[in-house]
Write a protein that binds this ligand. Structure first.
Ligand SMILES: *Cc1c(COP(=O)(O)O)cnc(C)c1O
Length: 366
């Protein structure tokens, strides 16, 4: 069986150094918000090219803390509308509704699967205060268009960069540095994945960074002095230790994903399969390699029988989820078609060339 993603093997590459650094960690006696978190924040800010990085507990909390901080700063208010792509992972939308804002779902573009700028403009009302852009599957959203719209309509632009660590725009800016503030997840399956839950916020806005910095740790400024009603949302010291090791390999891992993607682009030749749209490969880190097929379910079964594991990201759109029954009468025809037709092929840094060739020939024989 060619696994979709073998986390044990992904991390096995770092076994030796993980064990050594774990021993150092164990012996340090410093287990919460200490030198590892501080060092990772510095390194990740430098990697993204931003002034500030604040480590937090996970990706959902990263989005929530950004929105909460803007609320505390009086920039956002209860009931404000925030535009979100209708085909994103549910966490993007949960962050918005959990904080008391109204998620306004907007159709994606059928070629890129990222939010459709024209539809964004149509969805803007007097209550719209922000756009939560998502670099879905690892592809940067349309930076120029969303920046233009957010400027023109005076909207915050927040990035959900959970799937796009390292994706680079044509002007050299990386994900995490193309908005007012960005949220990252380091969930184990992400391009930069911890060995547990972890996340971070990046921004160039000092005022926002200061608020988030306090919010993630009880709102405190010093041991027993609390400025804000905060949370416990800290990046774990041990996870920061692991992330520092893996960050050094993020670019080479992303390049391996691109090489595999290029191999799929060059060699998959099947009338049953629509390949992802490819423009500038640097703007994509292929967190997922997502194809489409009218016969998706049969293709998935066929691949399974031939020993290739695939996944669907995601099978149920948000407006069809019981958790969001208030959207159940909404129609999002592009989103619905995407959810019916998409299939994610294996693409990760430890996939061998033989495996990739074998997947291609199995697809081409379908
Ligand atoms: C993974 C993911 C999240 C949530 O991250 P967690 O660390 O699991 O909370 C949010 N948004 C997107 C697009 C994701 O892929």
């Amino acid at each position: 069986m060619i696994k979709f993603l073998d986390l044990r093997s992904i991390n096995k590459r770092f076994d030796e150094v993980f064990r050594k650094k774990f021993n150092d960690f164990l012996n340090s006696g410093k287990y919460i918000l200490d030198e590892q978190v501080l060092a990772f924040e510095k390194e990740y800010a430098a990697y993204c090219g931003v002034k500030y990085c604040i480590g937090v507990g996970n990706g959902l909390d990263a989005i929530k803390l950004i929105l909460k901080a803007y609320k505390m700063l009086g920039v956002l208010n209860d009931g404000d509308e925030i535009i979100v792509p209708a085909n994103t992972y549910i966490a993007s939308v949960l962050a918005v509704s959990n904080l008391g804002f109204r998620p306004v779902l907007v159709e994606p573009d059928m070629t890129t699967y990222n939010i459709n700028s024209e539809e964004v403009v149509k969805a803007i009302t007097s209550k719209t205060k922000a756009i939560l852009g998502v670099h879905l599957y690892g592809r940067l959203y349309n930076i120029e268009q969303l920046e233009k719209i957010s400027k023109k309509y005076n909207l915050l632009l927040v990035e959900d960069a959970a799937q796009a660590h390292g994706a680079t725009f044509s002007d050299g800016r990386k994900s995490g540095n193309v908005s007012d503030a960005a949220a990252f997840s380091f969930y184990p399956t992400k391009n930069l994945g911890a060995l547990g839950d972890a996340g971070a916020i990046t921004t160039n806005n000092k005022v926002l960074a200061d608020v988030v910095f306090k919010l993630r740790n009880y709102g405190r400024v010093s041991t027993y002095k609390n400025d804000l009603k905060g949370y416990n949302c800290r990046l774990d010291e041990l996870q920061a230790t692991f992330l520092r090791i893996k960050l050094k390999y993020l670019d080479s891992d992303n390049n391996k994903r691109r090489t595999i993607a290029q191999c799929y682009f060059d060699n998959i030749d099947s009338s049953n399969v629509i390949l992802p749209f490819l423009e500038d490969i640097n703007q994509h880190v292929f967190h997922l390699f997502v194809i489409r097929s009218k016969k998706r379910d049969q293709l998935k079964d066929y691949l399974h029988k031939k020993g290739v594991e695939t996944f669907i990201h995601y099978p149920i759109p948000i407006h069809k989820q019981p958790a969001y029954k208030e959207y159940k009468d909404c129609r999002f025809s592009v989103t619905e078609q995407i959810h019916k037709e998409i299939l994610s092929l294996p693409n990760n840094p430890i996939l061998t060339q033989e495996e990739v060739k074998s997947i291609i020939s199995i697809i081409n024989q379908y």
